[in-house]
Design a protein around this ligand. Structure first.
Ligand code: NAD
Ligand code: TYD
Length: 351
């Protein structure tokens, strides 16, 4: 059966890679990208697929329920892959309400539109909710997040994502919406907005600006190349079992400071700077409030059930990512003008 897939947040970082993969891999499916084009959404990310005959763009906000209903009707939407969200922890500390609106109310709007439109033959449809490992809270030095780990979110961002996950489950249980949820670790790669650690530091190294490491840089994250996340979403969307969570991770834990030092070394090589030059930019600043110490994913379920594993090593992925930023300085310039400057000042000037 041909599908008409609504991908929300497709102009953002991960969404654009998912849209590209689906447009190219499934020429018989209609791919509808719905995005409000907030500061994080950028149609430049999709230049290479915008003229594909199976690609459609809807400039819309998931907070507008009537618009969502119209999009379902107009495109006869059969499936949803939901990525639209406010996604940055630091912004969630500055303005939690934006996260409550988009991540919780927006998700419930989308679920309700799907429920209203998919009246019959529910099992021919699927709602794939893209979530994060941050819903599980924080780990100490040992252990991994499994799909059975209890939810214990610590930031307004992770609390809003946890809430959205619960609503997806509730619509599954109560209204029989067939769903899957993926909970993924930190992504990195091309088109990542330079407010998150890796692209922010790449941009600052290029411009020889300070690298603001929170606290002592001891917090640990598991990093996954964005294209491997898109591959995981494709697999779970097509082959995952209804009502299941799948954790997705890179088997790739790094303490922030070690990661920043590796980034500095690679950038010095690529920019033909003296070894050690970029490391001098490291500046320890006030810690993030509620800063989760460690995230680490047990991705054995998706590996055993669906055969997924990362396709690139961290060294390969990071090197390709840096090359992309060095080759796309116009993209960087474009997204760091305007509102970005206000955010940067608000976030970093008093640390
Ligand atoms: P992003 O911030 O780069 O992109 C979000 C996109 O959603 C943007 O294109 C934005 O314009 C759009 N959007 C925001 N509010 C909207 C609204 N009200 N209506 C319609 N569109 C709206 O985010 P990302 O990093 O690509 O993350 C995508 C999804 O993956 C999010 O749900 C996030 O929670 C999840 N996730 C992200 C990571 C990560 O490391 N970035 C890891 C795991 C899960
Ligand atoms: P981030 O990329 O914001 O992702 P998340 O908070 O969702 O894991 O941050 C990754 C890690 O880097 C996190 O431990 C916070 C830290 N960090 C800094 O030390 N300095 C910064 O300027 C930023 C943005 C993050």
């Amino acid at each position: 059966m041909n599908k008409n897939i609504l991908i929300t947040g497709g102009a953002g970082f991960i969404g654009s890679h998912v849209v590209r993969l689906f447009v190219n891999k499934y020429p018989d499916y209609k791919i509808v990208n719905l995005d409000a084009l907030t500061y994080a959404g950028n149609l430049e990310n999709l230049k290479d697929v915008e003229n594909a005959p199976n690609y459609f763009f809807e400039h819309a906000n998931i907070l507008e329920f009537e618009t969502l209903m119209n999009v379902f009707e107009q495109h006869d939407i059969t499936d949803v892959i939901h990525l639209a969200a406010e996604s940055h922890v630091d912004r969630s500390i500055l303005s939690p309400m934006d996260f409550i609106y988009t991540n919780i109310i927006g998700t419930v709007n989308l679920l309700t539109a799907a429920k209203n439109y998919w009246k019959e033959n529910l099992n021919t449809h699927r709602f794939h909710h893209v979530s994060t490992d941050e819903v599980y809270g924080t780990l100490g030095a040992e252990g991994l997040f499994t799909e059975e780990t209890g939810y214990a979110p610590n930031s307004p961002y992770s609390a809003s994502k946890a809430s959205s996950d619960h609503f997806v489950r509730a619509y599954g249980e109560t209204f029989h919406i067939p769903y899957v949820i993926t909970n993924c670790s930190n992504n990195y790669g091309p088109n990542h907005f330079p407010e998150k650690l890796i692209p922010l530091f790449i941009n600052n190294i290029i411009h020889k600006k300070p690298l603001p490491v929170y606290g002592k840089g001891e917090n640990t994250r598991d990093w996954l190349y964005v294209i491997d996340h898109a591959r995981a979403i494709d697999l779970v969307f097509n082959e995952g079992r209804n009502g299941e969570h799948y954790n997705v991770g890179g088997f790739n834990e790094w303490k922030n400071l070690d990661l920043v030092k590796l980034l500095c070394k690679l950038m010095d090589e690529k920019l033909h700077r003296e070894n050690g030059e970029s490391e001098k930019l490291i500046s320890y600043v006030k810690d993030r409030p509620g800063h989760d110490l460690r995230y680490a994913i047990d991705a054995s379920k998706i590996n055993k059930e669906l055969g997924w594993k990362p396709s690139v090593t961290f060294e390969e992925g990071l090197s390709a990512t840096i090359d992309w930023y060095l080759q796309n300085e116009d993209w960087l310039k474009h997204v760091t003008s305007g509102e970005y400057q206000n955010y940067y000042t608000e976030q970093y000037s008093n640390r």
